[in-house]
Design a protein around this ligand. Structure first.
Ligand SMILES: Nc1nc2c(ncn2[C@@H]2O[C@H](COP(=O)(O)OP(=O)(O)OP(=O)(O)O)[C@@H](O)[C@H]2O)c(=O)[nH]1
Ligand SMILES: [Mg+2]
Length: 195
């Protein structure tokens, strides 16, 4: 079982990207399950994805990198036992630290052979968030294998260049791609990197 963690601050476009790429990822023999973690209210995403024939588990009322870390491990175990997915896609909450999730899963979940982290960065709010939430933002970027700088339809090319450079500086080992999840720009690059 492989695990793909989609991280990134609140509203950065995690669900939009997930909905855009899940069909391509599940084409072929690969069996996919999705875990949605939300801190507060019940989302509608799960219902939508279920309708699309995907196996969706929802974890509410806390963040899986801290209060719900046991809940995540149990959910992974249940999925493995009942459904045996090849790939589990986990949409983390906006405040989750993917590094902590990886640590927990590696320590207690031997059935996961490979973990990939994609972190979304909201190009419109990058500078502001970096200023007011530096540890969280740099942690999310630092733990990523792929960083998708999203909402490029909303920023000027010069501003985007600066963001790309800043992100690359924060995580030199990550693959950094500029996308618009909403406008479906450069999603093929992301899909190639994920395969
Ligand atoms: N302009 C623009 N808006 C986008 C893009 N991608 C997502 N959005 C919008 O950004 C908002 C948040 O998107 P979501 O996909 O819900 O973000 P999220 O990260 O899942 O949000 P939470 O789960 O609440 O943390 C929505 O209104 C989206 O339509 C994009 O590429 N361009
Ligand atoms: Mg979401």
């Amino acid at each position: 079982m492989k695990l793909l963690i989609i991280a990134g601050f609140l509203g950065s476009g995690k669900t939009t990207l997930l909905l855009r790429i899940v069909k391509q990822l599940s084409a072929g023999p690969q069996k996919i399950a999705i875990i949605e973690n939300e801190i507060g209210e019940i989302g509608v995403d799960g219902e939508y994805l279920n309708l699309e024939g995907l196996q969706v588990q929802e974890l509410f009322g806390g963040c899986i990198c801290c209060t719900l870390s046991v809940g995540l491990l149990e959910t992974l175990e249940d999925l493995d036992r009942l459904y045996q997915p090849d790939l589990v896609i986990l949409e983390a909450t906006g405040v989750a630290r993917p590094g902590d999730i990886i640590e927990n899963v590696r320590k207690y979940q031997s059935r996961i052979q490979e973990i990939q982290v994609i972190t979304l960065v909201d190009a419109c709010r990058y500078e502001m968030l970096l200023e007011v939430m530096e540890p969280l933002v740099t942690g999310q970027i630092g733990a990523a294998d792929i960083v998708a700088v999203n909402k490029i339809d909303k920023v000027a090319p010069e501003a985007l260049d600066q963001i790309m450079q800043s992100v690359a500086g924060l995580n030199p080992r990550a693959k950094v791609t500029a996308i618009s999840a909403d406008q479906k720009l450069h999603l093929n690059t992301i899909l190639d990197d994920l395969r």
